[in-house]
Ligand binder design. Structure first.
Ligand code: PLP
Length: 407
């Protein structure tokens, strides 16, 4: 088989839609184009039926007991906003304290920042050097003013899986709601809202081989019944929680993507694990000074985040430009600092600047793994050969003791 370039290995950013998903969506642009809210004719009824099926498919994937607990949105940014602002605004009289973590996605962190401006108090929990939250830190942070805890299922940079079940036991015991941004973990690691006592969960289709621009918020309906304030007013769609004409083709595709994962995710996760571990073996057996960022044990099977000592992340990205990956260094993102996630884990700026995130996906082939490993090994060697620091390191000079500036 010939290898097709460029190679996509950035599946935490987005995924290619599965052809089976696209095929399922197509009739909903042309034949079945009705508005799912139209109650007076069959065009509307057919669209509504398709949405009902998708709602079941999404609910099944996350173990929700009722399809009505799924609220369709435009994606996880909206779901995170709706969950956190919705709870904050509904339960404002009960308390004004929210607990989250320093390594959440910006859609959670910036939402919390906005609520701080409105007078809410937010505790941002730190993580250990492997990127894990200690559930006991959650317990200690809860006060009688706490209304919500928001902890992601798995991190989008380092793939660290959080102890959501342990945290859910604590929040349930203390009568505090638990929201989880489950975007990266769903379909790659076990996630069950009933078993884990999760009250709200954010999902997005484009991270699980569905289309972009459609997502969902799970909102628990019983034990306890969770209420949220509306953040989008209008025709009262989605049980009054999120108005706006439904994106029927997108929702149908999202449902299909969830159905496929329910059937296939365990086998797929095993394949990821094999390919990912092989990539790791190839790189670490050929190269020195390769450090893994984040836990190996509690990690998404498709994630590898490595710092290559003495190599700048930016230079690496350029050197391997026919492989799409991303780096924790500054210039790849809109912000100026290196990755705040790596920073929260205590990774040094140097190591953060030299980090590369490999995100494997459904369409990653064994040939691609071999090619990427070979290319990275070759380029790291080449970049190090040009580096005076690498030269000094090889001569045994401890660079931390070197005085760089003249006094
Ligand atoms: C991608 C991502 C989001 C944002 O999802 P969109 O649907 O693109 O808005 C939120 N949280 C995490 C963890 C993500 O990886």
């Amino acid at each position: 088989m010939t290898l097709k370039l460029p190679i996509y290995m950035d599946n935490h950013a987005t995924t290619q839609a599965d052809p089976r998903v696209v095929e399922t969506m197509l009739p909903y642009f042309t034949q079945v184009f009705g508005n799912a809210a139209s109650r007076s004719h069959s065009f509307g009824w057919s669209a509504d039926e398709a949405v009902a099926t998708a709602r079941e498919q999404v609910a099944t994937l996350i173990g929700a007991s009722k399809a009505k607990e799924i609220v369709f949105t435009s994606g996880a940014t909206e779901s995170n906003n709706l969950a956190i602002k919705g709870v904050a605004h509904f339960y404002r009289d009960k308390g004004n304290h929210i607990i989250t973590t320093k390594i959440e996605h910006k859609a959670v962190l910036d939402t919390c920042k906005r609520l701080e401006v409105e007078g809410f108090e937010v505790t941002y929990l730190g993580v250990d050097k492997l990127g894990r939250i200690d559930p006991e830190d959650v317990r200690r942070a809860i006060t009688d003013k706490t209304i919500l805890v928001s902890v992601m299922l798995a991190n989008n940079e380092v793939g660290t899986i959080q102890p959501i079940k342990e945290i859910g036991a604590i929040t349930r015991e203390r009568g505090v709601l638990l929201h989880s941004d489950a975007v990266q973990g769903v379909g790659k690691t076990p996630f069950d809202v009933e078993e884990m006592n999760v009250d709200l969960a954010s999902l997005t289709a484009h991270k699980l081989y569905g289309p972009k621009g459609v997502g969902a918020l799970y909102v628990r309906r019983s034990r306890p019944r969770v209420r949220i304030a509306t953040e989008m007013d209008g025709g009262g769609h989605e049980f009054g929680m999120r108005s706006g004409t439904l994106n029927v083709p997108g929702i149908v595709g999202f449902g299909k993507a969830c159905e496929l994962l329910t059937a296939e995710w365990r086998a797929e996760a095993e394949r990821f694990r094999g390919q990912r571990n092989h990539l790791l073996d190839l790189l670490t057996s050929a190269l020195d000074e390769v450090h893994m960022n984040g836990s190996f044990e509690h990690r998404l099977p498709n994630n590898l985040n490595l710092s290559f000592g003495f190599v700048e992340g930016e230079s690496m990205l350029m050197a391997i430009n026919d492989v799409a990956v991303s780096s924790g260094s500054a210039c790849t993102s809109a912000s100026l600092e290196p990755s705040y996630v790596l920073h929260a884990m205590g990774v040094t700026d140097d190591a953060a600047h030299s980090s590369i995130r490999f995100g494997l996906g459904r369409f990653t082939t064994d040939e691609e793994i071999e090619y990427v490993a070979k290319l990275v090994i070759e380029k790291v060697r080449k970049l190090r050969d040009m580096s005076p620091l690498w030269e000094m390191h090889k001569e045994g000079i401890d660079l931390t003791t070197v005085q760089w500036t003249a006094h």
